[in-house]
Ligand binder design. Structure first.
Ligand code: FES
Length: 164
């Protein structure tokens, strides 16, 4: 009888030890999985941040021409904002009949610039940068470089804007 009690106690002891080990193993597996998820959650935004300039540069060079359907009907003295690839751009139909297209991304810190027909200037509201609406030259304020000019072709169906 005492042998039976002794072996039962031993079986219970081994089972308890296995249970502890299983619990410990399960905990370590769960902690490892959580650690991997946590690391991935931290690393992905960093990867996107570092990769985005490269993607942006590729997207920028991928688009070389944009056709703006019916834009030839734009009245003189007005402007049309459009996307050239991923970046905003301006198509200006000046009072004198000239068509000018430029990137709408300020060369200072990248704000979107606006054409102001009353003042006949391109203005950046972020820090007061001003550009020439015909050449894109930076004329006052903090912008260090001119806006990029695009080539413009007006035809019966619309306006074709392309890289110079
Ligand atoms: S971002 Fe345009 S003037 Fe600073």
């Amino acid at each position: 009888m005492s042998d039976l009690r002794g072996s039962t106690a031993m079986v219970e002891e081994v089972a308890a030890e296995n249970g502890d080990r299983n619990t410990r193993r399960a905990f370590l597996a769960a902690a490892g999985a959580a650690g991997i998820c946590y690391t991935a959650a931290l690393a992905y935004p960093v990867y996107r941040y570092l990769a985005s300039p490269n993607e942006m540069a590729l997207n920028e060079t991928a688009v070389t021409e944009v056709t703006l359907k019916d834009a030839q009907k734009l009245p003189s003295g007005s402007v049309l904002m459009f996307k050239f690839g991923t970046r905003p751009a301006l198509l200006i139909h000046h009072e004198d009949g000239r068509w000018i297209s430029l990137t709408a991304v300020c060369t200072h810190l990248g704000c979107t610039v606006q054409y102001e027909p009353q003042a006949d200037r391109i203005h950046c509201a972020c820090h007061g940068g001003v550009y020439n609406p015909y050449t894109g030259a930076n004329v006052s304020g903090p912008p260090p470089k001119p806006l990029t000019l695009y080539k413009v072709k007006v035809n019966l169906d619309g306006v074709v804007v392309s890289r110079v």
